[in-house]
Write a protein that binds this ligand. Structure first.
Ligand code: IYR
Length: 223
């Protein structure tokens, strides 16, 4: 049966062009200050702030507006240390055999290794789950669309929301990630997408001195 349309007026914002230019420059300069951080402080962050950041992520566009994501919000210390242990087991094998020499060489400037201390230290771990389909009325499967694209966009918005309150995050990808579904007892329609520690940066936090690509490298103009 076809679903009914229900439209309401769009309430957008209006700016003069010079103001748009200024806002776009300022926003870019601010976004450009966001960095992935691996050195976290253990200082606590209130739950309500985390909920607001997640709800911002959840405003992302998604295929057929299915919002095919669950944000598992974890501060429980035992659970964090279980996740760390399991992630390190996988990462140890990855760094000592599964990853190619080329890959390890590409990661060398970032200084990563199999140790994932940040999972214990950061006050919050958000495990983003993608819902490959929805389950309704306990067994009926409902299709979701463009799931990875949708969840990827939501995570991008999440990272900017985190940056907006002066907190830092790391998009961590322990691989393979199936240990997460088990440890968090997630339903079968969900797959782990990313594990994101979030918190204040450590006082002595250091980041690799990376440069971002410039306009000419990322834009192909077709006028
Ligand atoms: N998943 C590993 C390795 C890793 C891979 C990429 I691509 C990175 O940009 C960073 C790390 C880890 O998290 O250490």
């Amino acid at each position: 049966m076809e679903k009914e349309q229900n439209f309401v007026p769009f309430e957008g914002e209006n700016f003069m062009e010079d103001e748009m230019l200024k806002k776009s420059q300022d926003f870019y300069n601010w976004a450009d200050k966001r960095r992935s951080v691996r050195d976290f402080s253990s200082k606590e962050v209130p739950l309500e702030i985390m909920e607001n950041l997640i709800m911002t992520a959840s405003t992302a566009p998604s295929g057929a507006h299915k919002q095919p994501w669950t944000f598992c919000l974890i501060s429980n210390k035992e659970l964090k240390s279980t996740l760390r242990k399991l992630a390190e087991e996988e990462e140890f094998i990855s760094y000592n055999g599964r990853m190619s020499e080329e890959w390890k060489n590409d990661l060398a400037p970032l200084g990563t290794n199999w140790e994932k201390e940040f999972i214990d230290i950061a006050p919050w771990i958000v495990v983003v789950m993608k819902k490959v389909y929805d389950i309704v009325e306990s067994e009926e499967k409902q299709t979701n669309y463009y799931v990875s694209e949708s969840v990827g966009i939501a995570v991008g918005m999440f990272l900017l929301a985190i940056h907006n309150v002066g907190l830092v995050a790391l998009t961590h990808t322990p691989s393979p990630m199936n240990f997460i579904s088990k440890a968090l007892n997630r339903p079968i329609n969900e797959r782990p997408f990313l594990l994101i520690p979030i918190g204040y940066p450590a006082e002595n936090a250091r980041i690799p001195n990376l440069k971002r690509k410039g306009k000419k490298q990322v834009i192909e103009l077709y006028e």
